[in-house]
Design a protein around this ligand. Structure first.
Ligand SMILES: [Zn+2]
Ligand SMILES: [Zn+2]
Length: 104
């Protein structure tokens, strides 16, 4: 029934930002920590660019959303877990604090 959900996990998308806009924020944060992590992330996230699904629009750039922040940041957390586990808590804090409450 929920056609607006994330294409990976089917949950509804609570943060209406597309992966490329989220990615920009994440990359600027990661880049300040360790530029190598940005390269790793870009390699890992390449597959996301091929997906497209008619859903809500990104708040920032009006492109269609396709994955939720949880799925998107899953890979980021995996990279952090592997290379810089000390950043995970900060990452979680930053990117959930930045999530606007969704109106229902
Ligand atoms: Zn998801
Ligand atoms: Zn966007």
């Amino acid at each position: 029934m929920d056609k607006e959900g994330c294409m990976l996990c089917d949950k509804s998308i609570r943060l209406p930002l597309c992966f490329s806009c989220m990615g920009e924020e994440i990359k600027s944060w990661l880049g300040a920590k360790d530029p190598r992590l940005v390269e790793l992330l870009e390699g890992n996230n390449f597959f996301l660019r091929t997906y497209n699904r008619n859903t809500e629009k990104c708040l920032s750039c009006a492109k269609e959303l396709n994955v939720c922040v949880d799925c998107y940041t899953y890979e980021v957390r995996e990279i952090l877990e592997t290379y810089n586990p000390e950043y995970i808590e900060e990452f979680n804090n930053i990117f959930s604090l930045a999530i606007p409450k969704r109106k229902r």
